[in-house]
Structures are given as C-alpha cells and as structure tokens.
Design a binder for this molecule. Structure first.
Ligand code: SAM
Length: 163
C-alpha cells in the first residue's frame, strides 16, 4: 500500500497542482497509517475523505472500514481508482464531483486535509449528525464545532471535532 502510493508520488515532477476546485498537495501516507491506527478506525462505519486527491487516505482507511473519497479533479480520481483496483481494496470507492453538492450524512468519520478555510463545510454538515471530523494539519480548523482531541501524526498536528 505505502509502496504503491510512494511509487505514484515519485513518478510526478511535483506532487502539487491546482485542481478544478482548489489545490492538491498530499498528506504523508506513513503519517496517515499511524493516525488511523491510533484512532482505531474500525470503530467507524463509513469514512470519507473530503477532497481525496490521489486517494491515499481512502486506501488506508479501507483497510479498516468502508471508505469513500470525493474529489473534483478527474485525473486524481482516475489515479485513486487505479490504485484501489491494483491493491484489491473493494471497500474503497471514489466520487468525482464537488464536495459542496454531496450528501455527507452517510459518513460517520469525515477526514479533510484542507486547502481553504472550513466555514463552507460547517454550513453543509448534516443536522443532526453524530459523526466526527478529522482535520489533518494545523492551518485551518472549524470555528463552530466542539474540539475533542488533538493528536500528532508524525510531525503533523491533527484534530478531531464533533458538532
Ligand atoms: C490538500 S489536498 C488533500 C488531498 C488528500 N486528501 C490527501 O490527504 O492527500 C485537497 C484536495 O481537495 C480537493 N478539493 C478542494 N475543494 C473541493 C471541492 N469543493 N470538491 C471536490 N474536491 C475539492 C482538491 O482538488 C485537492 O485534491
């Protein structure tokens, strides 16, 4: 898994680009593996990565539970689907589209490595919703949600939130 993701990343001149909806930069797969193990991801029914890029978080989450990535960039979704098929991860799925149009109620763990402030997400969260939001990185955080936990994934500060 980490090998397949690493090979894809190494094949790129630069793992960074503008997409139809924002900016793609990738989380560190080894850090995600550590984070998901610490959170015992199998407790959650359905994981979603909001802006799933090359699919790395979904591929790792699918080792524990049903996992869906939502991403606006067709090339990145194609890469993610290819990696999921190559790795035989039947619990990993990808939706090509705009996050802001997607019903988030099926998911009880939302993961995001945000490329912009999170006010838009707080507005579209289902109500009621008993899930958790896991934010990778310290740069953007929800303003109206309740902070549950701060944890490190390697050197990256992450935080867990509920409504
Ligand atoms: C910082 S990257 C994170 C990629 C991936 N989650 C990871 O951990 O490697 C943010 C991603 O969100 C996507 N994105 C941003 N806004 C979006 C939107 N409204 N709809 C769909 N995808 C979006 C971008 O295209 C980009 O791929």
């Amino acid at each position: 898994m980490l090998g397949a993701v690493g090979r894809y990343q190494d094949s790129l001149e630069e793992p960074y680009k503008m997409t139809p909806a924002g900016m793609w930069a990738c989380s560190v797969a080894e850090e995600l593996a550590e984070l998901f193990a610490a959170l015992e991801l199998g407790r959650f029914r359905h994981f979603a990565d909001l802006g799933s890029g090359d699919g790395r978080a979904v591929l790792l989450a699918a080792l524990y539970t049903q996992a869906t990535g939502i991403e606006a960039d067709p090339e990145l979704v194609a890469v993610a689907r290819h990696l999921a098929a190559e790795l035989g991860l039947s619990r990993a799925g990808f939706i090509l589209g705009d996050l802001r149009q997607v019903d988030l109620s099926p998911y009880d763990l939302l993961f995001i490595y945000p490329d912009k402030p999170l006010a838009w997400l707080e507005k579209i969260l289902p109500d009621p919703w008993r899930g958790r939001l896991l934010v990778y990185g310290p740069h953007f955080r929800p303003e109206t949600m309740t902070h549950e936990k701060t944890l490190y994934a390697g050197r990256t500060l992450c935080s867990l939130w509920r409504r």
